[in-house]
Write a protein that binds this ligand. Structure first.
Ligand code: NIG
Ligand code: FE
Length: 413
């Protein structure tokens, strides 16, 4: 049993669980001032205002959170954090003027990471990825989706997915895995892209499904990568294995990726820098979570998606880090909240909804994570002493995490 008492503000509380928040609701956040939170058997057992605290809650471990806030852990629904090495030299090329696509065309980018991954042992890949997991846990993340996609051949895609499975087994964070064989066309298939799509469908997908290695399937459906037709083929094949799509879409152009994702009942479509009226129309009324990755737009110096317009139209939004070596080498979700506020003009309430409950929805864990709700898994963090929740995105580089609790156990602080 664990009691957190005297919490200055307890954020994102729900008496009745919601699956996600959309449109105008994004602007409201349920907060209890001067609150307690009571944990039993790894779950949230009760919460409320301090005057409602029951005496029996005082018999276990007690943490005094005077002056501090408590938030449900961040749910980071889009990352590529299993990768080998780093790509800081391409970063320098970008500073000197090359675009993301130009670097990719020269064999850099995803293909560069693929080469590095190929030459890295399973254990070394696990070790590097584990240190990124430890880093994001200490920054307040309690659930993360991780994609394959730096293998680009059957053996190496399986190698990545097995590393993700090992992380699932050996770390306290909740992990969902996504098969992203169609992330880039490997150089052997440079002049035979449809041959590579055949390989993804005929060899990789069955092997991934056979070992039960993936929860979801992804395709990079964008200009210069995979077409709508190819995406259609891959998603149709994946549906036979019950792999729901989460799509990279409309980062580089109006690619049709959003529409093809919605057509296949994608759980999320992600990036969305190029979103217009047609795309918004197709998302309205769907079960697909539009997910924005402002760390990537920031890092690549690209245009921002029309977040305000999307919310005004009634859409929900999730924000995720896209943690990867090329377009967003950080998984710091507090920083993502700041990008959401500054670059996407979202309010603190909107970004908190986007990185908790809506992030949980975008990775299929909203029933057990994403809010402070009785019966949900006790994944949350306690901040340092701060004036209020608006201070979190405002103090954009300060580490304000004081203690992290995952599954009811204190893992930091
Ligand atoms: O989400 N856009 C496609 N894939 C990744 C980048 C991967 C990389 O550059 O290594 C992304 O930004
Ligand atoms: Fe990505």
């Amino acid at each position: 049993m664990l009691l957190i008492k005297n919490i200055k503000q307890l954020l994102q509380v729900e008496e009745t669980p919601r699956t996600r928040v959309a449109g105008k609701e994004m602007a409201s956040l349920n907060v209890i001032e001067d609150a307690f939170l009571f944990i039993k058997d790894g779950r949230i057992a009760d919460f409320g205002a301090m005057e409602q605290l029951k005496p029996e809650y005082l018999s276990g471990e007690i943490i005094d959170a005077t002056g501090k806030l408590v938030l449900p852990s961040f749910c980071d629904s889009h990352t590529h954090l299993v990768y080998a090495g780093s790509r800081e030299l391409e970063y320098v090329d970008k500073i000197k003027g090359l675009s993301y696509e130009e670097i990719a065309k020269r064999g850099g980018g995803i293909l560069n990471s693929s080469k590095l991954l190929h030459n890295t042992s399973d254990d070394e890949l696990y070790k590097q990825s584990l240190s990124r997991i430890e880093e994001i846990i200490s920054q307040g993340t309690g659930a993360v989706e991780i994609k394959s996609g730096y293998g680009l051949n059957t053996r190496d895609e399986l190698k990545m997915l097995r590393v993700i499975r090992r992380l699932k087994e050996e770390t306290p964070i909740t992990i969902k895995s996504t098969f992203l064989g169609a992330h880039a066309v490997p150089s052997e298939y440079k002049n035979n892209q449809s041959g590579y799509v055949d390989l993804v469908i005929q060899e990789m997908l069955p092997a991934v499904a056979e070992e039960g290695l993936a929860d979801f399937v992804d395709v990079f459906c964008d200009r210069g990568f995979f077409t709508v037709q190819e995406t259609n083929r891959i998603l149709s094949a994946a549906s036979k294995y019950d792999l729901r799509p989460k799509i990279h879409a409309n980062e580089l152009d109006f690619s049709g990726g959003i529409q093809v994702g919605v057509k296949h009942n994608a759980l999320s479509v992600d990036h969305l820098e190029y979103t217009g009226d047609e795309e918004i129309k197709s998302l309205l009324g769907s079960a697909t979570m539009p997910t924005l990755l402002p760390g990537a737009s920031f890092f690549l110096g690209m245009i921002n998606p029309p977040a305000r317009k999307m919310m005004d139209a009634g859409l929900p939004l999730a924000l995720a880090s896209d943690y990867n070596p090329g377009s967003s080498p950080s998984g710091n979700m507090k920083m993502i909240m700041s990008f959401g506020c500054v670059d996407l003009r979202m309010t603190p309430e909107e970004v908190i909804n986007a990185v908790t409950l809506n992030g949980a929805y975008a990775m299929g864990v909203e029933k057990k994570l994403g809010s402070i709700c009785r019966g949900k898994i006790a994944n949350f963090f306690i901040t340092k002493e701060v004036p209020n929740y608006q201070f979190l995105p405002y103090a954009y580089v300060s580490d304000l995490v004081d203690a992290v609790v995952l599954n009811g156990e204190n893992v930091r602080g």
